[in-house]
Design a protein around this ligand. Structure first.
Ligand code: AMP
Ligand code: ZN
Length: 473
């Protein structure tokens, strides 16, 4: 079944046809490690993980590269403001290297707890300065750069299709830039962007490297072009990020990559995840206190609750976060887990699916995930399976395991709580009698049987997936 994905470049859902059918090249813009990731950032990484899982589920092998931005990302995407890491280092009186290491660790801790599959290659900007310099030299040789005020700029007037991804006219591009714009007078065109800073208008940087243009540091956009092409080749299949990357970061990446190689298109499919909004609108780190995975954990939520919450919205729709909606996801996930545990407790096994109904469920799920990652429909398929009494337990369990290759909820490794594996025949017989008594609405008998079980040392628990026994401590 073919995979279809929404390509931001064409603004339409397209049939996915990779450049080379042996391996899909996937580049996802990684974190800027100057602070904790907020749960909005994490939504974007979860969408990218879902995309990767869907491709693997569909039979592709994927080479996934993700960068770590540890230098060059200024507070404004259009070269305004200070370097985010330098700013945090000064504020906390730590070195930029410490900041990068500390927040990278925190990021990967979130990443792992959310069940995301590690990229095949994770690359730090600071480890790839020579690759960036080489790319800037290529641009210089082809006449796409100029030096002004000590910095090297990319001239957007040197190409004829600048801004094709954003499809915005220059006026709207201007308004997309954040409000604190302080116009860089070195620029010939306000949309030109820095490839290499030697004269930083923000004082001495602590991270600096020698270059043909003097000692300095790279602009933000050049790192993603240099590292993606280094690991995936000069043309590759998919590039992802959040929608805020469209007007400046990805626009500039395309401009410089295609100008350097002369090859178009640089990337075949551009996929962007919509934003997570908080109750005040856009989620942002500059708002002071912001929502992190650790904060959710402190409030008693499991990382997988957040993963489940995100699956409930399509990646191209805005998702509004509130604790009330997260609570709904918690209840739903618990219900799923209880049912899967009940299947395990019954000794269900993964089997080869042969029954028509089970195969129909698998087909519907496959169609939904391959149709631009329609996770809300996929979750509905999961519910359908769990509630369908015409399926055998083995069929249900097998479908759950198949679906979870994409969901990544860890359903295969759910543990049946030890107390639930009770093989005391006397207790099990009493429990069975009690269930029958309840079904016959003989509450007095059911209560008596509960007391008998109590006397034998067992607690009876009524859960969504049926009654179970727990050995009293
Ligand atoms: P950063 O670490 O700030 O570079 O951001 C990491 C990723 O999170 C980028 O791909 C952004 O596009 C994305 N992002 C930023 N804010 C949000 C949000 N509120 N919801 C979803 N994604 C976001
Ligand atoms: Zn990037």
């Amino acid at each position: 079944m073919p995979v279809s994905l929404y390509n931001t470049m064409s603004r339409s859902v397209e049939k996915f046809e990779p450049i080379d059918d042996k391996e899909v090249g996937l580049y996802t813009c990684g974190p800027t490690v100057y602070n904790y990731a907020h749960i909005g950032n994490l939504r974007t990484y979860l969408f990218e993980d879902l995309l990767k899982r869907a491709l693997v589920f569909s039979g592709y092998s994927v080479k996934h590269v993700m960068n770590i931005t540890d230098v060059g990302h200024l507070t404004g995407d259009g070269d305004e403001g200070e370097d985010k890491l330098e700013k945090m280092a000064q504020k906390t009186k730590r070195s930029v290297w410490d900041i990068a290491e500390y927040y990278s660790k925190a990021f990967f801790s979130d990443f792992n707890q959310l069940g995301m599959i590690a990229p095949d290659i994770t690359c730090k900007a600071t480890d790839h300065i020579p690759h960036m310099i080489a790319l800037i030299e290529r641009l210089e040789e082809r006449g796409h750069t100029y030096v002004s005020g000590g910095n090297v700029y990319f001239s957007i007037d040197s190409i004829d299709d600048y801004g094709k991804l954003a499809k915005l006219d220059l006026e709207s591009l201007r308004t997309a830039v954040r409000e604190d714009v302080t116009q860089d007078t070195n620029k010939k065109n306000s949309k030109d962007f820095v490839l290499w800073f030697t004269k930083s208008k923000f004082g001495e940087q602590s991270m600096m490297w020698d270059s043909p243009w003097g000692r300095g540091f790279p602009g933000w956009h050049i790192e993603c072009s240099a590292m993606s092409m280094h690991y995936l080749g000069e043309q590759f299949d998919i590039h992802c990020g959040g929608i805020d990357a469209i007007p400046v970061h990805h626009t500039n990446e395309i401009a410089q990559s295609e100008a350097a190689t002369g090859k178009k298109p640089w990337v075949k499919y551009w996929l962007h995840g919509e934003f997570l909004l908080d109750e005040t609108g856009k989620m942002s780190k500059s708002k002071g206190e912001f929502l992190t995975l650790e904060l959710l954990k402190k409030k008693g939520y499991a990382p997988m609750d957040y993963r489940f919450f995100c699956l409930g919205g399509h990646y191209r729709s805005q998702l509004k976060f509130s604790f009330a909606t997260l609570d709904t996801a918690v209840t739903a996930r618990k219900n799923v887990c209880d049912r899967v545990i009940a299947l395990k407790r019954e000794g269900s096994r993964a089997i080869e699916l042969k029954g028509r109904k089970a195969l129909d469920y698998k087909e519907a799920f496959t169609e939904h995930i391959q149709n631009d990652l329609n996770t809300p429909r996929c979750l509905a398929d999961l519910w359908g399976v769990l509630k369908d009494d015409e399926l055998s337990s083995d069929e249900k369990y097998s479908l759950v395991l198949i679906f979870d290759q994409v969901f990544g909820l860890g359903l295969a490794t759910l543990q049946v709580p030890e107390e639930k594996i009770i093989d005391d025949p006397e207790a099990l017989a009493l429990l069975k009698k009690r269930t029958e008594a309840k079904q016959a609405k003989d509450w007095a008998l059911a209560d008596r049987l509960r007391s008998e079980l109590d006397a034998l040392g067992y607690l009876v628990k009524d859960t969504a997936s049926g009654p179970s026994l727990e050995k009293k401590m």
